[in-house]
Ligand binder design. Sequence first.
Ligand code: 0A1
Ligand code: ZN
Length: 870
Amino acid sequence: MNDLSSAPFAPPPVIHRADYRPPEWLIPQIALNFALSLDATKVQSTLKVRRNPAGDATTQLRLNGDALEAKAITVDGHPHNDWHMDGSDLVIDLPGDAHDIGIETLIDPTANTQLSGLYASNGLLCTQCEAEGFRRITFFPDRPDVLSVYSVRMSGDKAAFPVLLSNGNPTDSGDGPDDTHWAEWHDPWPKPSYLFALVAGDLVANRDSFTTMNGRKVSLAIYVRAGDEERTDHAMRSLIASMKWDEDVYGREYDLDIFNIVAVSDFNAGAMENKGLNVFNTRYILADPETATDGDYDAVEGVVAHEYFHNWSGNRVTCRDWFQLSLKEGFTVLRDQQFSADRGSPPVKRIEDVRVLRAAQFPEDSGPLAHPIRPDSYQEISNFYTATVYNKGAEVIRMMTVLTGMERFLKGTSLYFDRHDGEAATCEDFVKAIEDGAGIDLAQFRRWYEQAGTPKVTVEMAHTGSTVTLTLTQTMAPTPGQPVKQPMVIPLRTALFDRATGQHHGEELLVLDQPSQTFTFEGFADAPVLSINRGFSAPVEITAPITADDLVFLAAHDDDPFARYEAMQQLIVRHLVAAISGTMSDAERAAGRAAIGDAMGAILDDTALDDLMRGELLILPGEAYLAEQLTRADPTRIFAEREGLKRWLGETLKDKWLALHDRCSAVPYSLDAAARGARKLKTQALVHLAPADPAEAAARAKAQYDSATNMTDRQSALMVLCSLSVAEREAALADFHDRFAGNMLVIDKWFSLQAGSLNPNATEHVKALAQHPDFTMANPNRVRALWMAYAVNAQAFHREGGEGYRLIADLILRLDPINANVAARFVSSLGRWKKVDETRAALMRAELERIAAAPTLSRDVREQVTKSLE
Ligand code: 0A1
Ligand code: ZN
């Protein structure tokens, strides 16, 4: 992960899925003994190794290492000299079929800025081993299909590390010499090394318990720094709800007596599902009304559930190799989405999930880093923790539920868990279990695992007599390494609305599995209105003969809430795409805006709508999704047209926005759906008023900021003030910083709001913020708060002259030696050069080339930059 290769002379090796071989040696047991210290932790590892009868015969045991030195090696208790290093791997020659191997390593957690392996975070020691971090702790066959029973002993200074945690159950503890103490943990469930975890530090716990469906009491604890424990109740409630839900829906019971979570502030990702000891980014644990928005509450609930669900989909059944990552991630994302839908509003959750997919995954699928949900090759696996593997992976499994129904699907998942419990499985194993358990043929469906890219479906409709004929045609653009695509299986929930009655004739599932196919429907005196891909039943793009009037009709009347949202989105997308392309006359612009204005007005007035759903219907399509609809476009034009429409809606519907803001401001704070809906609408009202009447919006935002009792109201008011060049802006930003000084997660918001702002001076603000004493490159949350918010802020990042590109390239080069994993995540923003105008494309490429020419680059950044230049 952090090995700095000196390419271009030594390109990193490409690892291919087709080259999989079973491990040559198995490690049924491992005992680890840690003598803990922040800068010199000694690790004594004892491995029981035995030759794998299913593996290739060899006398050599290859143990992976990364930046490690073997201090002492024993075989069966005796010093052993028959070993050598091959690159960073340790290779030991062994005479027999079964041995005990002893290895000692010494590591410096404080120097570990990559945050992979064992690292120090504010005096705390913690681990992150997925995907290949365990090899930074000790030498081991660091691959997910080697499953071992772990026994862990750790000792260290009692004052520095009062809490000592690892996987499984605590078995013993005691005091040692010189104010030290020790603890022993044993995890009875064999697991791959990526699920190992250790935490040592000064932490306090919020404790609770859960009694499983078979009456076993499980002790639950969430460990945080002293003072933060008051902010863990929502996470604890979410955990308990997840445990119950997984029993009720998937029949999965928890399997240890103890479940611990630790929250750390320095973390590369969101959270990690280590067996019985989940480690979380504080961002997905800590929440109270004053410091967390409604969105933050949802994220905590979703991520706590996600990690908990991994106990079965990931831990009990793990992955054979990293190409199978979507086996655990796609399935677990689907499970957390289903859970969150059940906890709140299913249609609103579906809309949010589709919005994320379109903003993050569709661009991936059409860009230089496109890959199937089960990739065929990689150089650095950390680069494949993507929206494709996670979110599209979930969509693919969701389509199985559309094809089979939930009841049959669950028969398939039960069979999967039964069949593969304790194994390292493949995506193919999963598909086969669904086929066998649910009774469905998924032969052609498997292409979703093989082919990258978002299918496009074009619909034609003919009406003769009382017969309606739909002709559906699918195409898929080439992606890197896949010039020709085969037809996919695309399940489309469809309804045809009678114009006269406003009703449809019953929803049908059309399964498109040919390049082109026709479907006929009887009983229509007039041509109907088409509602297709309802509920977003397939992750595809649809082009259909639906007039603007039909979209207005569907936005108001479709009985599928997602389809209402989609009609509204399409109405706006079509208008903006035509406006951005410059193919629109003034009269067409006026007519298009009027249709959108009428549809929004109707939504604002619709008393049958709940406010959470109303909020979704009012959100304009995002810039990234709009860019996807255009072959090549000037991003500042996308921004300008979208803002122009927003301003027009702000002006035209001003009285409605003002009334909405007044009505919703009177709703007191609570976490129930109605109050959350009101807060969401307040934001939408201010967002539309801001460009239309900046003085009125600023006054309202300032009043909302000053009287806010919660972070949702405060943050949205500050966001609006931040976008305006008004006097209230500086005062509110200063107040926010003072008020929350020392609260890292809230100060992250302060950085993000400014970096992601619509303010025309956002780039200047970002340059100044990079020099702010609160900014640090050592904390991934802070880096993301400033720089990721900037990289996705199209109007600033793409501003003329290429300064935004230069800033992000500089960041990548400076961050790479510190944290390659996080640095590599920024490359894709520069990699989208084929989608922008030629002047900008040249500037973006030049920055990619500047990065590529750096004398040392991590494997992570090297892979992403090379692919982005192709
Ligand atoms: N398995 C975790 C994600 C994860 C991946 C890599 C990490 O380290 C760089 C950390 C976490 C999940 O899906 O939640
Ligand atoms: Zn996951």
